[in-house]
Design a protein around this ligand. Structure first.
Ligand code: G6P
Length: 619
């Protein structure tokens, strides 16, 4: 939630900041602003609404300077408005700050500051930071930031400038992400790597309470006590094209199409000699896995659905009991975790507040924690005992697609690995690796058909749009799946809700008679995952039951199966045939495309759906 950026160098800061903010917009987009320091004056321009509005304002009222900070907001305290947009300054306009996080004790601080004469302009929690730093300032901005930070409760990543200190930006973080980008004669701080990727691939990850002090030719990091510390920069493999749309209309569509390659890379890096899974970067020894008695998977949103899918494969092949929980529930329910429990946290960003809290809770209870993360060096990747990276490249669209299939890919690999390490390899089919490594090719084939317009998903989405309007906006979606594709029913419904704002519910098909059947009528579109499986016949019965009640069936079937075509199913989407256990990765692609095209029919902002943010770094 919220993205921040800071720049000190030789380029025109507003340009660098606006480009960076465009790559952070996925973190929040209800207002944006920049502050630029020139001479001894800080000028701020901030606007409610998307970044384009701010850009237009800056085109009309150009700002100049080579040092600046920027912010893109997802409102927590105070409605989206020009006044509540960041950067904020103190009433004397000495200090400007951009903040990501929540200051929990802001009311108390505000009261004290107001009593000592500070005048506030916004309803935000963040504004207290600017006032506090101004109050603590005695000629050295870093020391003032340090002093102010000691008084803040909550989470923060902050970029700060002071009008007396040309070229200088101070950054500090606690429980909100902040990276430093090292350039030639220029340095950056940002909430996430894509913001600076165009300028540098040399990245330093800040730990909690570390302070970074940047100028155009200088970068120094200090610990909480103010002692300088040596930090090693990591060279990022991502390239800027991965953070651009490269001809696609939306990042979401681009990311859907990237899935075959992402999966290929996921498998290639970990499968040795076509038979064995090896995780080179894993920091947990095999002995720990041998001692593991049970597994708990914890995650939010789409990553939670990956975890639910993981349960089916881990239980079936690694023969361990697996519990799956949403992070926000896990962290407060005092779960039964022992030192022999392996807790797996799954997170694209590695920064989701609830999942991070769950990770810490699990560690406190003595469990070993393995993180499956996409963002290199993210907080979860660093704090977990071990990490497996999904290496899906930057995912920009708010609705997760390629990170999800990469998470599934890793879970398959980890299942095979765990089964081997625990002496359960015999449970895995002999052709497990062979079938798994075929998935990228099958996904690519499916997407190629789709591109050639042999796939009808776009047409179906247009039909739904017509129905929706004709039904006086009553049409809704139900997604049904069974067994390992049940989580995909949840994920399909989530994708549609996220970007189309259509009411959609995912359900295990076997539970249909315990509630959902009551809502089925001629306005209900039911997506039935009916690919070849052990429960296929049961899904056919569900379809009959839905049909009998007037529901409209969209069936996802295996490509050679003609059972439903032109009969019970109103619409059929075929996917390449594979074993049921491997089908979720293929099933999810048409579900993603269906959500994408429905949202597209409604003309919504697909990459930046209302009210959502990609990284939920507050509770
Ligand atoms: C938000 C995003 C989702 C994502 C979830 C978990 O809700 O909009 O797309 O699945 O957070 O994020 P994480 O980074 O932990 O995977």
């Amino acid at each position: 939630m919220c993205g921040i950026i800071g720049y000190s160098g030789e380029q025109n800061a507003p340009e660098v900041l606006l480009k960076g903010l465009a790559r952070l917009e996925y973190r929040g987009y209800d207002s944006a602003g920049i502050a630029v320091l020139k001479g001894e004056v800080i000028k701020i321009i901030k606007k409610q609404g998307k970044l384009e509005i701010l850009k237009e304002e800056i085109r009309l009222r150009p700002l100049e300077g080579t040092t600046g900070i920027g912010h893109t907001r997802w409102a927590t305290h105070g409605e989206p408005s020009d006044r509540n947009a960041h950067p904020h300054n103190d009433h004397r306009e000495d200090v400007a700050i951009a903040h990501n996080g929540i200051i929990e004790n802001y009311k108390q601080l505000k009261k004290e500051l107001e009593e000592s004469g500070h005048i506030f302009k916004s309803e935000t929690d963040s504004e207290v930071i600017a006032h506090l730093i101004a109050k603590e300032y005695k000629g050295d901005l870093r020391l003032a930031v340090n002093e102010a930070a000691k008084q803040l409760k909550g989470s923060f990543a902050i970029a700060v400038m002071h009008q007396n200190e040309p070229d200088r930006i101070i950054g500090i973080r606690k429980d909100s992400p902040l990276v430093v980008g090292l350039g030639k004669h220029e340095n950056f701080i940002a909430s996430d790597i894509p913001a600076v990727l165009e300028y540098t691939k040399e990245i330093i990850y800040l730990e909690n309470n570390e302070v970074v002090d940047i100028k155009k030719g200088k970068c120094a990091v200090y610990n909480e006590e103010g002692v300088p510390i040596e930090k090693i920069a990591t060279t990022i493999e991502w390239n800027i094209a991965q953070a651009e749309k490269t001809g696609y209309k939306h990042f979401m569509l681009k990311e859907i199409f990237e899935q075959p390659e992402v999966l290929k890379q996921t498998f290639k890096k970990r499968i040795k000699n076509n038979k064995e899974v090896v995780f080179e970067e894993l920091r947990i020894s095999e002995d720990v896995f041998k001692e593991t008695r049970d597994i708990t998977i914890v995650a939010c949103g789409t990553a939670y659905h990956a975890g639910l899918t993981g349960r089916y494969m881990l239980e079936k092949y690694a023969r361990l009991s697996v519990g799956v929980d949403t992070s926000s529930e896990f962290r407060y329910r005092d779960p039964l975790i022992t030192k022999n429990t392996l807790v797996i946290v799954i997170s694209q960003s590695g920064e989701t507040a609830d999942t991070l809290a769950a990770l810490r809770e699990a560690k406190k209870k003595g469990a070993k924690v393995l993180a499956i993360c996409n963002v290199l060096g993210s907080t979860m990747a660093r704090e977990a005992d071990g990490v497996i990276y999904t290496h899906a490249g930057p995912e920009i669209a708010v609705a997760s697609t390629k990170a999800y299939s990469a998470q599934l890919g890793i879970l398959y690999l980890f299942t095979h690995y765990l089964a081997r390490v625990r002496g359960e390899a015999g449970n895995c089919p002999a052709d497990f690796i062979e079938k798994l490594t075929k998935l990228p090719e099958l996904a690519a084939r499916m997407l190629k058909h789709y591109r050639k317009n042999e796939n009808k998903i776009k047409e179906y989405a247009a039909k739904f749009h017509q129905y929706y309007l004709a039904s006086d906006n009553k049409s809704c979606f139900l997604y049904l799946g069974r067994n390992i594709n049940y989580p995909n029913a949840l994920e399909g419904a989530l994708k549609l809700k996220e970007i189309s704002y259509i009411s959609a519910e995912g359900y295990p098909a076997g539970e249909m008679k315990h509630g959902p059947i009551a809502v089925i009528d001629e306005n209900t579109w039911v997506v039935c995952i009916a690919v070849k499986s052990d429960t296929y016949e049961k899904m056919l019965s569900n379809i009959q039951e839905i049909k009998a009640r007037g529901g409209i069936i969209v069936a996802i079937v295996s490509e050679k199966d003609l059972t439903l075509k032109g009969k019970e199913a109103d619409y059929v989407i075929a996917i390449p045939e594979t074993d049921e256990i491997f089908s979720p990765i293929l099933v999810t692609i048409p579900l993603q495309l269906l959500a994408y095209h429905v949202a597209s029919e409604f003309g919504y902002d697909i990459d930046k759906p209302r009210n959502l943010a990609k990284s939920v770094t507050v509770e």
